[in-house]
Design a protein around this ligand. Structure first.
Ligand SMILES: [Zn+2]
Length: 116
């Protein structure tokens, strides 16, 4: 289950950001995951819930937004929703396609509480 190591990586980023900004407790973490990134969102949430207990994000609410996949066909320039990374162009059936979104994995925003 690679979601566990992804969860650890996300929380590393969160911890580093918290330290760099001299913040205290993290209240919210917003994460974007592409639907074609090969990540099971429930498994990722599960991993984050376990690992965050040992970090300054222990009380944080985790918000995961799924970004739908999109592809572009270089042959006919059609842009279309993509449900699988490998599928032919729905218009010209070319099988050489470019994924334009759907493989993202990023921490979009971290909200913290400052006790200064
Ligand atoms: Zn096409």
């Amino acid at each position: 289950m690679h979601e566990m190591s992804i969860a650890a990586e996300i929380l590393n980023i969160v911890e580093r950001t918290v330290q760099e900004n001299g913040a205290d407790d993290v209240t919210d973490i917003f994460i974007e995951v592409g639907s074609l990134a090969g990540i099971m969102i429930p498994s990722l949430e599960f991993g984050l819930d376990i690992i965050k207990k040992n970090t300054s994000a222990r009380e944080a609410a985790i918000h995961i937004e799924e970004i739908p996949g999109k592809g572009r066909c270089p042959n006919c320039e059609l842009i279309f929703p993509m449900d699988f990374p490998i599928e032919p162009c729905p218009d010209c059936e070319s099988s050489y396609l470019v994924m334009t979104s759907g493989d993202e994995l990023r921490v979009r925003e971290i909200e913290v509480e400052r006790n200064i």
